[in-house]
Design a protein around this ligand. Structure first.
Ligand SMILES: Nc1nc2c(c(=O)[nH]1)N[C@H]1C(S)=C(S)[C@@H](COP(=O)(O)OP(=O)(O)OC[C@H]3O[C@@H](n4cnc5c(=O)[nH]c(N)nc54)[C@H](O)[C@@H]3O)O[C@H]1N2
Ligand SMILES: Nc1nc2c(c(=O)[nH]1)N[C@H]1C(S)=C(S)[C@@H](COP(=O)(O)OP(=O)(O)OC[C@H]3O[C@@H](n4cnc5c(=O)[nH]c(N)nc54)[C@H](O)[C@@H]3O)O[C@H]1N2
Ligand code: SF4
Ligand SMILES: [Mo]
Length: 580
């Protein structure tokens, strides 16, 4: 048995791992450099579900599978929903889509994650190819724009030592402390910042003329669009100074620069326009198609990998799912009761479902309400292959250990396909299919074949190869009453897996005591949490990490304007002392 596999978690780094003596450690090669993060260092300490149960009573796996079969038989096919999350990011998770789609059930579409930003990127560039982390290593300047690398991409840190660092984030994150320039702007003002920077760049003729003529000739009109912004008023609304704009341009101009963007900038109704204006600034600086330059967002991890699974089906939005329209809901690798927006609506909608099935590793809000709980096998106990959204590596994930508990996605699908007469190839067939997209490069490591290491070197993937600039400003700075809710990723959890936080973080100047209970309220609902002080926050911001129980009571059941993507930071909130 090989003892080399890869971390399955939904994380930029996609590290490769050695399983040795019941312990996990990072491989020495590539960006992992022998180190894993706290989630994987303590992976085996998190108790997984061992035994299936039905209506609270423990049952055997055979009985659980039989129950699942009867549930599926007992309702119309279009009354069955398959809801799959991203608790495990490897490719064989999708084998269940094959069964449910072939059977005639309903699947989901849209995104709880990066969908709005991705849409903006596609509108500008025609595709969403990321700047891989090894290219960032060649940059002179790295701009962290709504990304918190100490928490969400720690393997990037050794690669950026000695570089000029700029951070654009409403929170003084650890990377902001180390930065040459930190613009601690008001949340949800990035589009205006990017547009003002583009305008000043144009005024100073700091842009890359040759690149613009060839690939971004719409920039003159875009410059005119930026002239609609009233500089003084907008600076005030963003809480940014003219000097900071000057500093940014001085540090970035004529340098090999990477904009490392995260989901933080786009959790808003106009998230697509935000990413598109950040991209536009990068285009005007000529940062595409050159070594050590570019924009790194969550790129398309599946690019150039054909799916072997049948997935044609009716689909409903992952953000607004009306669970009550279904009789049987099969939830896999997800905790929608915590991670979807508008938890009160989700709970009410789920309460009306006859059969809820939870297929996952850990107990959580969703396993608690499920009628049937089927434990999954973790990545250590099944064969898989994974890719990443921040680099072009492909990692094989063979089974490295044995367990009797749980069932793999493939085995569960094989059972259902057999019982319902649906074709399915062998597990090996699918694994080999995915492996066939791997190619070994000169460094000895495996990469997804035919991906450009420096994307857009020959122009953009739009119709005429040119960047498509925004032609209208549809957004306004949000001046509604209330505090901004920031719900970024926690260092101690991976969304709702592992150690989940239990506090709301506030600037001490707001006058709440450390440890006191408060209620945080928005138009969608409220949550009761204990206070912790954090003076790295702006005083107009409230931080509740993703995965904190109840955080999504505060968030709206709404899509972003141009994508079926959740908008977790749209609602303003109010904080009050909790009184009984
Ligand atoms: N430890 C840990 N790692 C994770 C995860 C986890 O839960 N825990 N989750 C994984 C997943 S699913 C994803 S999608 C990635 C996401 O990882 P990141 O892209 O890093 O996303 P966030 O932590 O949500 O937000 C990043 C930063 O955006 C800032 N921000 C918030 N609002 C704004 C704004 O309006 N403007 C600007 N400029 N900045 C803003 C936040 O303060 C935060 O520092 O991380 C992955 N990695
Ligand atoms: N307020 C707020 N809400 C958010 C976010 C935010 O930033 N703020 N972030 C959003 C983002 S970016 C994302 S990606 C989503 C994530 O939301 P979800 O996709 O719901 O992810 P998790 O909370 O990690 O839950 C995943 C579950 O997958 C199960 N699991 C793990 N491994 C396996 C496996 O191998 N097989 C099976 N069958 N199950 C497994 C575990 O039991 C775990 O409980 O949350 C979104 N929700
Ligand atoms: S950094 Fe990300 S990919 Fe690497 S071990 Fe941790 S969770 Fe897994
Ligand atoms: Mo995500």
């Amino acid at each position: 048995m090989s003892n080399k596999t890869a971390c399955p978690l939904d994380c930029y780094d996609a590290c490769e791992i050695i399983f040795d003596n019941q312990k996990l450690r990072g491989v020495k090669e590539g960006h992992t450099q022998g180190f894993l993060c706290p989630h994987l260092n303590h992976y085996e300490k998190h108790a997984t579900i061992q035994t299936p149960r039905y209506k609270g009573e423990e049952i055997s796996l055979d009985v659980a599978l039989e129950k699942l079969k009867v549930m599926l038989q007992s309702c119309a096919k279009n009354k069955i929903l398959h809801y799959r999350g991203s608790g495990n990011f490897a490719l064989m998770q999708e084998v269940t889509d094959h069964f449910f789609a072939s059977y005639g059930a309903v699947l989901t579409e849209g995104s709880l994650c990066d969908g709005a930003g991705e849409e903006g990127i596609k509108q500008g560039r025609g595709s969403n190819k990321t700047m891989p982390i090894h290219e960032i290593a060649k940059s002179e300047v790295v701009v962290f724009w709504g990304r918190n690398p100490h928490t969400t991409s720690s393997h990037l840190l050794p690669l950026i030592k000695g570089k000029t660092i700029i951070v654009i984030d409403p929170i003084k994150t650890p990377i902001a402390r180390m930065a040459d320039l930190h613009i601690q702007l008001k949340p949800h003002t990035d589009q205006f910042l990017a547009m003002l920077l583009a305008r000043f760049l144009h005024i100073e003729s700091g842009y890359d003329k040759e690149f613009l003529q060839k690939y971004a000739s719409g920039c003159e009109e875009y410059y005119e669009l930026t002239q609609n912004l009233r500089i003084k008023a907008v600076l005030e609304q963003m809480d940014v100074s003219l000097g900071q704009l000057g500093d940014f341009l001085r540090l970035v101009k004529d340098k090999r620069a990477a904009f490392v963007c995260g989901v933080g900038v786009q959790k808003y109704h106009d998230g697509a326009d935000v990413m598109r204006s950040i991209d536009a600034l990068a285009a005007m600086l000529g940062l595409f198609g050159k070594e050590g330059c570019g924009v790194s967002y969550l790129g398309a991890s599946r690019a150039n990998i054909a799916s072997p699974f049948y997935t044609q089906s009716k689909k409903v939005s992952k953000v607004l799912t009306e669970f009550s329209s279904f009789d049987t809901v099969f939830i896999q690798g997800a905790n929608p009761l915590s991670q979807m927006p508008d938890s009160n609506r989700v709970r009410a909608s789920m309460e009306r479902v006859k059969n809820i099935v939870y297929f996952g590793l850990f107990e959580n809000e969703t396993s608690e309400v499920a009628d049937l709980v089927i434990p999954a096998k973790s990545f250590l106990y099944k064969d898989d292959v994974r890719t990443s959204y921040s680099h072009n590596r492909i990692s094989f994930m063979p089974k490295v250990a044995e367990t009797d508990a749980g069932i793999s996605e493939y085995d569960l699908s094989a059972y259902l396909c057999r019982e319902f007469g649906i074709d399915l190839q062998s597990e090996e067939f699918y694994i080999n299919h995915f492996k066939s997209f791997a190619v070994q490069k000169i460094d000895g490591l495996l990469y997804v074949d035919k991906r450009e290491e420096i994307p857009y070197a020959n122009g953009f993937d739009t119709k005429d190869g040119e960047f498509v600039f925004l032609d209208e400003i549809d957004s306004k700075i949000d001046e509604n009453e209330g505090l901004h809710l920031i719900t970024s990723k926690s260092p101690t959890s991976l969304n709702s897996q592992f150690h989940r936080q239990e506090s709301v973080y506030l600037h001490s100047s707001l006058g709440f005591r450390e440890g006191e209970m408060v209620s945080v309220t928005s138009v969608s609902g409220s949550v009761r949490l204990s206070v912790r002080h954090n003076n790295d926050l702006r005083s107009d911001c409230v931080l509740i990490y993703s995965g904190t129980k109840g955080v999504n009571n505060l968030t709206p059941s709404k899509h972003a304007l141009s994508a079926k993507s959740a908008i977790f930071q749209e609602n303003k909130v109010e904080v009050r002392k909790w009184t009984v």
